[in-house]
Design a protein around this ligand. Sequence first.
Ligand SMILES: [Zn+2]
Length: 373
Amino acid sequence: MKLKKSLIIVAAIVLAIAAAFFKNTNTNADAINDLAKKSDYVGTTFLYQWLKTQNIRYNKFYEQNKIVYRKGKPEGVVIHETADPGASAKNEAIYFNRDWNKMYAYVHAFVDHGTVIQMMTPDYGVWGAGPNANDRFIQVELCEENNRNDFAKSVNNDAIWVAQMLHRYKLKPTNATHNGQGTIWSHLAVSKFLGGTDHGDPDGYFAKWGYSMDQFCDLVTYYYDLQEAKQKKPKKEKAVNPEDLIKAIPKVKPGESILMRDAYVYDKSGKRIKSQAMKQAGTVIKIKSSKTIKKTKYYEIGKNKYIVAANVDGTMRTLIHNSYIYDTVGVRSGNTKLLKGNAIKTYGSPVTIRGEKYYAVSATQFVKVDNFK
Ligand SMILES: [Zn+2]
């Protein structure tokens, strides 16, 4: 009797602790989402563009492995976790770009607290979660973080990117992790419901932070709804003067200039120096001298190192249409247009962003070439 009573007491204590623990994990997970929502999206960096600035060749996965989705378009997104402590999204991107054909693995994006790197177009499948999932889903890897704040930021970036993908393919956010039905999957859910793979990520890693796929799905839904509300807003076509829209050139020290367009480095005979990484727009340079090589003006920026002068000085061009401004990844910035008839400064030769030709009008802003005379 006495024994029984103490057993009941022990059981009650265990239950109370379990309840407290459960409550605590829930609160913690909600707090992670609250914390996540406080940070801004870092923006999407496209691997092929970023690799140019690192002087690394882009090793196109989908040119050699065209994985066509079984229904012609993605049916959802699989959430992964790298299980690679200390490796950032950029580290992973370089590694996978180099070695996917040896590792037999590739995904659409790597995400950490500071970067979202999109590896390739989500129009084709990848090698991320076995044969049953690869021709159905977009797949994204979350990198491991070592503090709660960065974890929340990384989850925030992940959720926003996933919500954008769902919009892009007209998919509604639904949690597939409990019954194998829906658009948001974990690798674990693929293992459970589709097979062909046996990984359990990202659930184990999420649990480490008191977080779960359910909470992650809530966060994706939150952003999906926000993005939808934004899209539904009526588009006003206001037109304003260039000075109000184009970013002013930042002030630099005397003798310094700012590179306004990504620029290759050439030698004194105008031959591209392949070992030199492309100089990124926005970089501060020191011009030592100028030189005309084969009718093109160059600036010397280092010993036997030249860049095309038009990438710094610019050329005035007149707009023949009211024109939107686009960002570095070809996303329109706002609904305000530059007025036709205005002459604005463009820098260097046209830039191709997602197959369209643009002129740089500042280090980070672009206008479609067709809009100029
Ligand atoms: Zn995985």
